[in-house]
Ligand binder design. Structure first.
Ligand SMILES: O=c1[nH]c(=O)c2[nH]c(=O)[nH]c2[nH]1
Length: 303
């Protein structure tokens, strides 16, 4: 006998891609494309430790369930769909204690053709994704984290970085004018929902919060004369907390995608540094990585 114990186990189906069309009475159509992951936890250890699969809801069954739930229920807002799917698992399988459902929504924005919204044609107008992470836990409720990933932004001025700690390892010169570029990963945690009915009742808040968070992120990035990525992300988080009362905490994870000046003075004395800098070298790596969580006082939203 070994003295090993299975201290954590969860399993499910990842990267389930699905698409749903809505055909409206006026002959227009709307579409949603998403990628879904479901992961289950509960009294399932025997599958790992005793080769007994009796408690295992096959990952293929989880894929089929995602399709059936998408057929039978709304897929929008994605927070509601994630909650419906997660709650389904703990309602249907009494030995499952927790269901995690992650949804990634891919942009299909309606085309404008001849100056009018087209009834059934769409374009991918950005690689940023709307994401949802939902956990339904038996006896506890439903936790939801909404977010944005992959929103790539750059400003060519209006960013500074100076006043930082300096010692013998420091080489970075201070700057009052630099390029700032990042790929935004933002998340906001909703206060715990007691039941699925609670999520259904509040479903109107999710699309508005996503629109507000995206707008706040873009407008703050553009408008602020940024003293640091740190300060900029804090201002974004504060505004989201102020705008969305049901959100308890906001998280940002921002890579600092550097653009280096290139000294071209070796070529006929070309001036390409400081105020004369025009041609830069974008860096793939390494990158800064700046993260924060900003919490409303006295709240907790994670299961
Ligand atoms: O906004 C910034 N924050 C930092 O912590 C940092 N460090 C660095 O080298 N450049 C920057 N920029």
């Amino acid at each position: 006998m070994s003295n090993a114990t299975l201290s954590h186990a969860q399993y499910g189906k990842d990267n389930v891609r699905l698409y749903k069309v809505q055909r409206h009475p006026d002959k227009t159509q709307s579409v949603t494309e998403m990628t879904v992951c479901s992961l289950l936890e509960g009294d399932i250890a025997a599958s790992w430790t005793k080769a007994d699969n009796a408690s295992i809801v096959a990952t293929d069954t989880q894929k089929q369930t995602a399709y059936v739930m998408a057929k039978q229920h709304p897929v929008n807002p994605p927070e509601l769909f994630a909650a419906i799917l997660a709650q389904h698992y703990i309602d249907t399988y009494e030995w499952m204690t927790k269901a995690h459902v992650w949804v990634t929504v891919h942009r299909w924005t309606r085309m404008e053709v001849d100056g009018k919204p087209h009834p059934h044609s769409f374009l991918r107008d950005g690689e940023d994704k709307r994401v949802v992470e939902c956990t339904a836990e038996r006896g506890k409720g439903i936790s939801i984290r909404s977010g944005i990933t992959g929103l790539l932004v750059l400003k060519s001025t209006g960013s500074q970085f100076w006043g930082y700690h300096k010692d013998e390892y420091t080489r970075l010169p201070e700057t009052r004018d630099r390029i700032l570029s990042t790929e935004v990963e933002a998340g906001w945690n909703w206060r715990i929902f007691k039941t699925l009915a609670d999520v259904e009742k509040e479903q109107g808040v999710f699309d508005q919060a996503w629109t507000d968070a995206r707008t706040i992120t873009l407008e703050t990035f553009a408008k602020e004369d940024s003293p640091s990525v740190q300060n900029t992300m804090y201002l974004m988080s504060e505004q989201i907390l102020a705008k969305v009362p049901m959100v308890d905490s906001v998280e940002y994870k921002l890579p600092n995608k550097h653009y280096f000046e290139i000294d071209l003075s070796w070529f006929k004395g070309l001036k390409n540094t400081g105020e004369d800098a025009e041609v830069y070298a974008p860096q793939s790596d390494p990158n800064g990585l700046i993260q924060c969580t900003v919490t409303r006082q006295g709240s907790s939203s994670k299961l």
